[in-house]
Every structure is written in C-alpha cells, then in structure tokens.
Design a protein around this ligand. Structure first.
Ligand code: SF4
Length: 425
C-alpha cells in the first residue's frame, strides 16, 4: 500500500475561502465521476425520480448530466445541490466535494492549492485558507488516492532532473519578485523577461549553488533590464497566438447538456468559432457561448480598451493578481503534478501566457459590458475564467499550446503580448 503523503498548507498568507453557495461551480463545470460516485448515485435511485439517467458517457468517461443551459441536473433553483440537501455533503461526487481545493503531490508532500474559478476565492471571502488542510485531507481520504500518493518531482527544464532545493529556490525568488513594491505592470513584465531568459538559458552548467546565483543575477537586473531595450507592439501573428490561447481556455461547448448538438454539428460550430478567433477581425463579434459569457464585444473594441492595469480599481486589481500568482506558485500549480508534469521552466513560461490571457479576457469582459476601462469585476471574471482550466484541461498540455508558447518565445513575443495587455503605456 503506498505511503500517504502529508499535506503542505498554502503559504499565500492572506487567502480566504468559505463556500457561499453561489452555485456557479454547479453551473459551470462538467463533473467527472469515479466508480465510488457511480455506486452512490445508483444507490440514491435518482433515475426513477428524475425520469432519466443523471450519468452520461463521453469519450470513455462518465459525467453528471447537464441541463440544457449547461448547469448540473442536481442544481436546484435556489442554487442548492439536490444530492447535498437530500443525503449530505459527503454523498456528493468527490469532484464537487473537493472543489475549489486542489492537491498536487510531489515526492515528499501534497501541496494544497485553490482554484480561482470559485468566486469566493477570487473575491477573498470567508475563513482563512490556512487551516483548511484537514478538510481537504478528509475529502481526499474518501476516495482520491492519487492526491496523497507520491509523484515525481518536477524537472528543472525539459530532460533535466531537478536537484535538491532548486525548485524551492526558484519559487521563493519568484514570490519575492511578485510581492515586491514595483508597480504591477513592471512585475508582470519582469516575470515575462525571467520566463524568456530561463527558457533561453543553458541550465546544464548552472546547477546547485550556481542556480541560485543565476536567479539572483537575473532578478537583480530587474527592473533596469526592462527599460534597456524598447519593445515593439506585438505583431499580428503574435496577437493571433494570444487569441488562440484565450480561445483554448474559454471555449466551453457543453457536450453533456440535454439537447446538446450532435458531435458532428458541435465540431463544425467549434471549428467556425476557432476561425473567427484566429482571424480576430476588428468588426467581428467575439464568439461566445450562450449563458456563459456576455455577448456584444467586437475584437476591435477589446484591442482598443485601456490596458488592464491602467484603469480604476488599480489597488484592488493589484491585490487580486498578486494573490492569484502567489497561490498558483505556492499551491503547486505551475509545474509538476499540478501542471501536467511540466518542468519548472516550461511551467513558468506557460504561466506567463495565462497572465497575458487574463489581461485580454479582462478587457473582453469590460468591452462586452460596455465599460470604458477594466474594473475589479472584469478582472475577477478574467482570473476566474482562465484559472478554471489551468492544470485540468488536457488540450492545454497538447501540441497546439506548445506551438503557441514556442512561437511566443521568439522575438520577445511573450513580453510583447504581456505588455500590450498590462502596460500603462
Ligand atoms: S463557486 Fe465557490 S462559493 Fe460558489 S458554490 Fe462553488 S464552491 Fe461555493
């Protein structure tokens, strides 16, 4: 029997969470079921009461069926869960019990993290997150063994095993930079520069203590380094890559919903939307899906919206983005088992693409609601939307995403798209 790992609490000091029963996770997620979930649902005899099978098969897995609007079939009009109300919290599917906790094991411990797809997490409402490890452990022990079983430590870079302390050292220094007193757009630009520099560095000759020295030299060069070379605006192709990244993270066709289009029709509709995203014609409406995201923004209006951090609510936006970045790193969701098994360098680079996507989505949300500038509500929606798929959606570890990242690592592409979303000018 595998040894059960201890849980490492989230180090992010000011993160809070309590469930406020908003029901948004029940409207949003597809709930994949484990064997134990299937047995419980079977024994609860919902089939007879609902008049249809609440479990649906899709691509070899089983899920809770969704209503026509994409919400869970067990979601009541008052936002409560019918299984919870009838049988209690511990009788719900394990994925529902676990959300928004995440557990990312390595060789020595399982790190507790948190998904910002939960509105209470994003808004920082409720009890201090630190101290909730026992609850996450209780849920994992009910039937999520892989969350508590040792997994390999992340590599430092592709094909390069990490040595003792190297990953911790990188995390500590990145957190220090994220928490520094520089304006948010400088910190984001600096992270983009770090990601590009680490991806281009020959790391084989800087292991152990020399790795720490390299990180100190790179971070010590910031922010002077950022102003050394003027950066051009992103190219048309670089912006298309960013839109592709946003599409891959926000597209949500709800194939499990009652009355969903046939697979062939859904695939065709998705292909049409992907072409619209790729072209990004200024007068074209940003494609969206009913009930999921506000309609009415045109690509041109999103691009014309002020950069995310130059707007009102700057202090609150700064606090949110800083807390989110820290929680991603400290919750083990940037590299290793919490991020598709990526190496540390690949994970940091991928995180920067997510930060650029958050900036674009915040501007999209603002444009769709007719605002003139990005507000805290736009940024909360954007962080929630982008964090929702991170580490979960298998296609974000696939060839298309790797191609996007590789393309943006050329010619300062990552920094150029980051600056276009976050710079004050
Ligand atoms: S989104 Fe968060 S606050 Fe809302 S019901 Fe789900 S866990 Fe609770």
């Amino acid at each position: 029997m595998p040894v059960q790992l201890p849980i490492l609490p989230l180090a992010t000091p000011n993160q809070r969470y309590s469930c406020h029963g908003c029901g948004s996770c029940c409207r949003d997620f597809s709930v994949q079921l484990r064997d134990a979930d299937l047995q419980r649902i079977e024994s609860q005899q919902w089939h007879t009461e609902l008049g249809f099978d609440p479990v649906v098969r899709f691509r070899g897995n089983r899920y809770l069926r969704q209503r026509a609007d994409g919400g869970c079939v067990f979601l009541e009009p008052d936002g409560k869960c019918r299984i919870h109300a009838r049988h209690g919290f511990s009788e719900k599917p394990l994925a529902c019990q676990m959300f928004p906790y995440t557990l990312s094991p390595d060789a020595h411990a399982s790190r507790l993290g948190v998904s910002f797809a939960c509105g209470s997490v994003t808004a920082n409402k409720g009890d201090l997150f630190r101290g909730q490890e026992a609850e996450a452990l209780r849920i994992a022990l009910r039937g999520i063994p892989e969350a508590l079983t040792a997994a390999p430590d992340a590599a430092l870079a592709r094909g390069m095993r990490s040595q003792h302390g190297e990953l911790d050292s990188l995390e500590r220094r990145l957190v220090r930079w994220i928490d520094s007193a520089h304006p948010l757009h400088i910190r984001i630009d600096g992270l983009g520069w770090m990601a590009q520099s680490l991806a281009a560095a020959r790391l084989a000759s800087v292991r152990g203590d020399r790795w720490n020295e390299l990180l100190d030299i790179l971070l010590g060069a910031l922010p002077d380094e950022l102003s050394m070379k003027a950066l051009q605006a992103p190219s048309i192709r670089q912006l298309a890559m960013l839109r592709g990244a946003v599409f891959a993270r926000t597209e949500d066709p709800k194939p499990l919903a009652l009355g969903a289009p046939s697979r062939a029709r859904a695939t065709l509709q998705q292909f049409i939307r992907s072409m619209q995203w790729q072209r990004g014609r200024p007068n074209a409406l940003v494609p969206t899906i009913d009930g999921v995201w506000p309609r009415g923004a045109r690509f041109g209006a999103v691009d014309a919206m002020s950069p995310a951090i130059g707007a009102g609510d700057a202090t609150e936006i700064d606090e949110l983005v800083t807390r989110w970045l820290r929680a991603r790193l400290e919750g083990g969701r940037v590299w290793g088992s919490g991020a598709y098994g990526w190496s540390a360098v690949d994970g940091v680079v991928a995180l920067m693409l997510e930060v650029a996507a958050v900036g674009w989505v915040a501007r999209w949300h603002a444009a769709a609601t007719g605002a003139r500038a990005v507000t805290l509500a736009d940024m909360q929606a954007a962080v929630g939307r982008i964090d929702r798929t991170a580490g979960r959606a298998p296609w974000l570890a696939g060839a298309a995403e790797r191609w996007r990242i590789a393309y943006l690592l050329r010619d300062d592409g990552m920094r150029r798209v980051l600056r276009a979303q976050w710079s004050t000018g």
